[in-house]
Design a protein. Sequence first.
Length: 336
Amino acid sequence: MPKTLKTAVATVAAVGAALGMASCSSDENKTENDKISIVASTQVWADVVDTVTDDDRVEISAIVTGNDMDPHSFEPTAKDMAKAEKADIIVVGGGGYDSWLYSAVDKGKVIHALELTEHDHDHGHEGHDHGTAEAKATEEAHDHNHGHEGHDHGHEGHNHGAAGAEENEHVWYNTSALTQVAEDTAKQIQKLNPEVKVNLDAAKQKIKALDSRIHALPEAKVAQTHPIADHILAHTHMTDVTPADYRATTLSEAEPSAAELNAMLEMVNSGEVQLLVDTPQTKTPYSTRIREAAEAKNIPVVEVNETPEKGTNFFTEFDRAISDFEKATEHIGHNH
């Protein structure tokens, strides 16, 4: 099991003490020349904010950048937290994923996709709701607004019900969540300084284009080495056939048992899996074995990352992942 955020929480507590946990809430309004400082937990959310405004009076930065480490085990430095404390707006995913950031700052300046729950993966998800009500509300808004009538629940095997899918903290692959965060950020920027230019329509158009392609993905039986793509699969015709016990264990960031790993390998080797989703960023010996088994059976592998590599915009990464799903499912179609 990867090193969890327990140490990070202790770090945050220490930093909070050092800073006196002073409430540094931003002024209600900035003067025309004041910069608005926005700090995002990861590059993903910084790139979402960047689609909303390119005004020079807004400074956007991310704490976790690049994809050479596992964000689940990230530990912020005192410098990171001091930067966050001074920010006017903080943007996070929520649901425990980036609690190392939002647990130590004024919640009034935090924009989030899921509820600001604490990280509790070490306890088998007991009491870990990941903001289910908020996530479901987001999903319902998505299902009623995207205009794909009859698409959402009318397909047998159309995977809306994978265990814990609506609670999955990888919420940046949920286009409704991206839209919500873009809207909330635009409102907060305008509240701080009405003179700052925002372009919410441009952000929404970019997100809608991705959403349309997700809904067009055809039927396929998919397994995931790490349940990162739930929010993509839930709005496709695809079915997640990952064994339930393996899925529950990896969703809680624990290491699967030998029996759980064998069940996954048997499913891959049986030919039941048509496409494998892998996350190199959270690579482990067991995920490597599963991927190698899939490749030996000529099963297409789609890589879906936690964060984009340095120098790559999240929307470029999201676009690449969808393109890979499109190519993989086309390959499946040609072989059946």
